[in-house]
Design a binder for this molecule. Structure first.
Ligand code: UDP
Ligand code: MN
Length: 351
């Protein structure tokens, strides 16, 4: 199994934290494959040293940037030009087959069976399911493919400015050619899917194998109180409401296994993610307000998911009709179910 590897990427210390949690989760679930992290020169020496404790290989690569601000503006993620750096993963030819995983993913069980799949296998993107999401994919390292990809990137660019647009154009028959290359969605479950199709999440969420914290706000952008095991953050962030159990799992691994490895100083941390906020635990309060339940480490995920239900709000605020809509995943986020209203309820509850 030494010629197969899980590969991830970090171009700065924050994504390095994500890589550390991902690597730890793969080890916790006893992968038999090698763990590789690609790092750019911006990653600090301290972070590289810590990555070296979890990963078998820490490989320095130069940053490839699409510099395609026009397309990146369309997905409101100007920083994602550097995801072209992912292309270096095809240069790891001392492996015969690899699984690339974004640094903002977390595995919930052993997923070594993915090595039975062929290039290019990936799960559908929740935003446009005829595209694959590049947060998790199976590929074969090859200098030929690597060079073709680099050439393709300079000649054709990417329709979204990031690696996902590029790779979908390159492997353009993914949607139709071979169903075996469609990974089940549970190998790349994102929060977007949870809140856009809640009943499906209630039905299938317990089978999730990989969680992907896709989008602007990453787990390390939140604060966490290890004593109460509460994640806190922007109250307008649906992720916090819709999948607090996954955020808690990420932070649980970070505080128990990763944090002790980090030096007190020397890991750059542009955004606070220490865990000392007291005790107004918005996450728990929101959960209470919406009838969501939390997953603690010792609870089985399936139990948490089966308990995940939207209880009817008090009659003064709501109606049977509104409850139905909640249950169908059609909360009126902009109107009655807006965060402003939830916040009001919260305040009343906290007082
Ligand atoms: N990445 C990185 N530095 C960055 C942005 C992205 O190292 O500044 C890497 C990292 O592995 C990350 C992946 O590229 O997980 C894709 O970016 P991201 O996960 O932010 O995109 P999303 O999944 O939210 O579309
Ligand atoms: Mn990602």
């Amino acid at each position: 199994m030494s010629d197969q590897a899980f590969v991830t990427l970090a171009t700065n210390d924050l994504y390095g934290k994500g890589a550390l949690v991902l690597g730890t989760s793969l080890r916790n679930h006893r992968t038999t494959r090698q763990l590789v992290v690609l790092v750019s020169p911006q990653v600090s020496n301290n972070m590289r040293a810590v990555l070296g404790k979890i990963f078998d290989e820490v490989i320095l690569v130069n940053v490839l940037d699409s510099k395609d601000s026009a397309h990146l503006a369309m997905i409101k993620r100007p920083e994602l030009g550097v995801t072209f750096t992912k292309l270096h993963c095809w240069a790891l030819t001392h492996y015969s087959k690899c699984i690339f995983m974004d640094a903002d993913t977390l595995v919930l069980c052993n997923i070594d069976e993915l090595f039975e799949r062929e290039e290019l296998s990936a799960a559908p993107d929740p935003g446009w399911p005829d595209c694959f999401n590049t947060g998790v994919f199976v590929y074969r390292p090859s200098i030929e493919t690597y060079n073709e990809l680099l050439q393709f990137s300079t000649e054709k660019g990417s329709f979204d400015g990031g690696d996902q647009g590029l790779l979908n154009s390159f492997f353009s028959n993914w949607a139709t050619a071979d169903i075996n290359k469609h990974l089940p969605f549970i190998y790349n479950l994102s929060s977007v899917a949870i809140y856009s199709y809640l009943p499906a999440f209630k039905q299938y969420g317990a089978d999730a194998k990989v969680v992907h914290f896709l989008g602007n706000t990453k787990p390390w952008n939140y604060s966490y109180n290890p004593k109460t095991r509460c994640v806190t953050g922007d109250s307008h962030d649906y992720s916090l409401v819709t999948h607090p159990e996954f955020l808690n799992m990420w932070w649980d691994i970070f505080t128990t296994s990763v944090s002790p490895l980090l030096p007190v100083h020397g890991i750059s941390n542009e955004q606070s993610s220490s865990g000392t906020q007291e005790p107004s635990c918005l996450a728990y309060a929101l959960a209470f307000s919406c009838g969501l339940s939390f997953c603690r480490k010792e609870e089985k995920l399936s139990e948490a998911v089966s308990q995940l239900s939207f209880t009817p709000p008090p009659p003064a605020v709501s109606s049977e009709e509104r409850r139905k809509k909640w249950e169908q995943g059609q909360a009126d986020y902009m109107g009655e179910d807006s965060f402003q209203n939830i916040q009001k309820k919260l305040d009343a509850y906290l007082n």
